[in-house]
Structure formats: structure tokens, C-alpha cells
Ligand binder design. Structure first.
Ligand code: PLP
Length: 383
């Protein structure tokens, strides 16, 4: 089986699975209890926070709240920091855990402005600037798009916002950027940042929100006051330890992996292009193939339905996605439409997403199978 859906989820590292098992069976003590075994676990939990801060370039003006997912972290920051009396900005490319949450609050009377995307899938900076005003109180814009791999120029986004309102609160969803491209929270100047464990070869069911200690963060879940009163409930320490173990390993190899995966993506695109030409197929890449995350390739063949191609590739034991798996219950694709893609282009979409390991695969062989299958199910050829 060839797994090319790593933006949806990744295989947990074996070393992390071992750590989780030990945490569940041997070091199972509640980090909030008072005896020695528990104090040791509490220390481990704090060490995990420090590791996250290091990996995202944050000093001790920041802290970390561990959650059950990035979805929860995104809900936490929005429910706490969207401003009911002023204006809030998100982008049209945000993951559903931001977009749908913001939509919910819009239904409650919050003013949510949507920044549009350019043809590469990045936030259109000129259009974004027009949305900013002294009334702007909160902004949430992702670093890397889960649909296309487009990388937003967050530094500029933050700079323009603060020049209009120095007190604006800014959040970024870094789920698809973490351990793939360098993140420096202080340099970016954001107040909040979201991460997910299962996208970086850690276990499912863990995410976190990094936040500047001075800014407002009101809990959504009340109870025993865990996580500095920001998220009650006994922490899933075994999985948090697994998350950190995987993330650290990926983070250490980040630059090397980036280069390998970049080269693999380029070769794969080149091979698909060549086979498509021979097959008389129109192959499209959504986004800027040279200046986006190498870990994501959003593409399609005009006249071949993405979902049909997905299942055909599944028969050939190649697993790919059609856009965000978290979005698979909604038809269409908000991000691609916002980029100006036509209905035909949107319907043809498949998303291939890679891990460092994918770089060891044979791009020629994969391209050949993809194009064969795309041709088999192509409507334009049958007319
Ligand atoms: N944000 C982005 C950009 C994502 O790609 C995803 C998952 O696809 C999420 C948030 C949600 O992550 P989780 O599965 O941890 O809730």
C-alpha cells in the first residue's frame, strides 16, 4: 500500500507508541495528585510544554495548553477571543475548525470578515489590507493551507494589522506547517498558535494551543482547573509524551526532510505532466508548485472526477485524499473556489500529501498509475 494522505493523518512513530504504552501501564499516575509518582508526571508535563515552546520559537512569555485536538484548540481560541463588539477577520482558506466555528459565532451576532485568496491559494494581501481598521480586534489566519499547501506571509499579515491597531489579537493555525517549515512565534508576532499531534507522527487525540501569557484566554471546559485553569480534565499525559517524542524527531530532521520531499514533489509533478501529455489529459496543479509546502500536492485532471479517481487509486493500493478529510461531508471545496477554480476544476481535485518517508517512493511508478487511472475515468475522452 502506498499512503499519500499524510495531511489527513500520519502513522504514529513506533518509539512514541512505546512511550504511550509505558505511560498507560507503568507511569499511569495522575499529574495532579500529591504523591511523589505524580509529581514526577507533573514535571514531565511541564517539560513537554517547554519542548513545544522551543520548537515554535516562543520564550517564557508564552505558555501551552494541551487539548484533545487542534479542532478543540481552534474552538478554544475563537470562543475566548472573538470580539462581539468589534470586527474579526478570518480567511476563506481556513480549516473547518476555524471557519465553521466563526460561522457559528457570526450567527450569534459577531462581525466576521473573510479575507479572500489569490489564485495561488494565499491570503490576498491587498484585499486583506482593505479589511483592516482600528475596529479590528481579532484575526485568525493559517500558516500553511491543508488544501493546497499555500504558505501565507504571516509576518506581513501581522505587520499590517498591528500598524492599523497595535492591540489586535492574532492567532495562526500551524497544524500543516509544524515540523515541516520553521516557525518562530516571536518573530511572527502572533499571540496564539495551534498544533496537532497526529499530523506529525504522534498519536491522535492530542493538540495544543500556544498563547502569550499576557493575553486573554478564557476556558471553554470548566472543572478541576488543570492546564492552568484553561482546560479542565485529567491530561492525556501518555499521548502528550508520544506527541513530543514524534515532533522532536521530525523537528530535528526538518530541513533535510523538506529538501527530500521538495525534490520528490517536483519529480512527481514532472512525471505526471509527461504521462498526461502522452495520454492527452489536461493536468492542473492548484497553487504555486514551487513556493508552497512540498508536503501537499493539490491537483486534478479535467474531466476526471476526483472522488472517482480516489477510489480507482484505492483499488491500485494508493491512498490519496480529495481535499480535507475533515471536510469530506461537505461537497465542493471552499478553498479552491476562493482561488477562482471553476466547478470542473474543483470536481477533479485530489490531494496527495507526503511524509518524509514518501520521498523514498518511486515518483515515476506512482505517476504512471495515477495517469492510467485518470485516463480510464476521464469524460472528455469519451465524447
Ligand atoms: N487545522 C488544520 C489546518 C488541519 O489540517 C486540521 C486537520 O486536518 C485541523 C486543524 C484539525 O486537526 P485535528 O484533527 O487535530 O482536530
Amino acid at each position: 500500500m502506498i499512503y499519500l494522505d499524510n495531511a489527513s493523518t500520519t502513522r504514529c512513530k513506533e518509539s512514541s507508541a512505546e512511550i504511550i504504552k509505558r505511560g498507560l501501564i507503568e507511569d499511569f499516575f495522575n499529574p495532579s495528585a500529591k504523591y511523589y509518582n505524580s509529581l514526577t508526571e507533573a514535571k514531565k508535563l511541564d517539560a513537554c510544554r517547554d519542548e513545544i515552546l522551543k520548537m515554535v520559537g516562543a520564550n517564557n512569555n508564552y505558555s501551552v495548553v494541551f487539548t484533545g485536538s487542534a479542532t478543540e484548540a481552534n474552538n478554544l481560541v475563537l470562543s475566548s477571543s472573538l470580539n462581539k463588539h468589534r470586527e474579526n477577520i478570518i480567511s476563506l482558506g481556513e480549516h473547518a475548525s476555524i471557519y465553521e466555528t466563526a460561522k457559528h459565532f457570526a450567527g450569534e451576532g459577531y462581525k466576521i470578515l473573510e479575507a479572500s485568496l489569490n489564485k495561488n491559494g494565499e491570503v490576498d494581501i491587498e484585499e486583506y489590507k482593505k479589511l483592516l481598521s482600528p475596529q479590528t480586534a481579532f484575526i485568525s489566519i493559517m500558516l500553511v493551507s491543508n488544501e493546497t499547501g499555500a504558505i501565507n506571509n504571516l509576518k506581513e499579515i501581522v505587520r499590517f494589522a498591528r500598524s492599523v491597531n497595535p492591540k489586535v489579537l492574532i492567532h495562526t493555525d500551524c497544524v500543516q506547517g509544524f515540523c515541516k517549515i520553521k516557525i518562530n512565534m516571536q518573530e511572527l508576532g502572533v499571540d496564539y498558535l495551534t498544533l496537532s499531534s497526529h499530523k506529525v507522527e504522534g498519536p491522535k487525540g492530542v493538540g495544543c494551543l500556544v498563547y502569550r501569557k499576557q493575553v486573554k484566554l478564557e476556558p471553554e471546559i470548566f472543572g478541576g482547573g488543570q492546564e492552568n485553569n484553561k482546560r479542565s480534565g485529567t491530561e492525556n499525559l501518555p499521548s502528550i509524551l508520544g506527541f513530543i517524542n514524534s515532533a522532536k524527531e521530525l523537528h530535528e530532521n526538518m530541513q533535510k526532510s523538506f529538501e527530500k520531499v521538495f525534490e520528490f514533489k517536483q519529480k512527481l509533478i514532472k512525471e505526471i505532466r509527461e504521462y498526461s501529455k502522452e495520454a492527452g489529459l489536461e493536468f492542473i496543479v492548484n497553487g504555486d508548485e514551487n513556493n508552497s509546502s512540498p508536503y501537499i500536492l493539490s491537483c486534478g485532471f479535467i474531466g476526471t472526477k476526483g472522488e472517482v479517481l480516489l477510489h480507482s487509486l484505492e483499488e491500485a493500493e494508493i491512498l490519496v485524499g480529495t481535499g480535507s478529510a475533515c471536510n469530506s461531508k461537505h461537497s465542493g471545496n471552499r478553498t479552491l473556489s476562493a482561488m477562482g477554480r471553476t466547478e470542473n476544476e474543483v470536481n477533479s481535485n485530489i490531494r496527495l500529501s507526503f511524509s518524509a518517508e514518501s520521498a523514498g517512493l518511486n515518483p515515476k511508478e506512482i505517476a504512471q498509475i495515477i495517469v492510467e487511472r485518470a485516463k480510464k475515468h476521464n469524460n472528455t475522452q469519451k465524447r
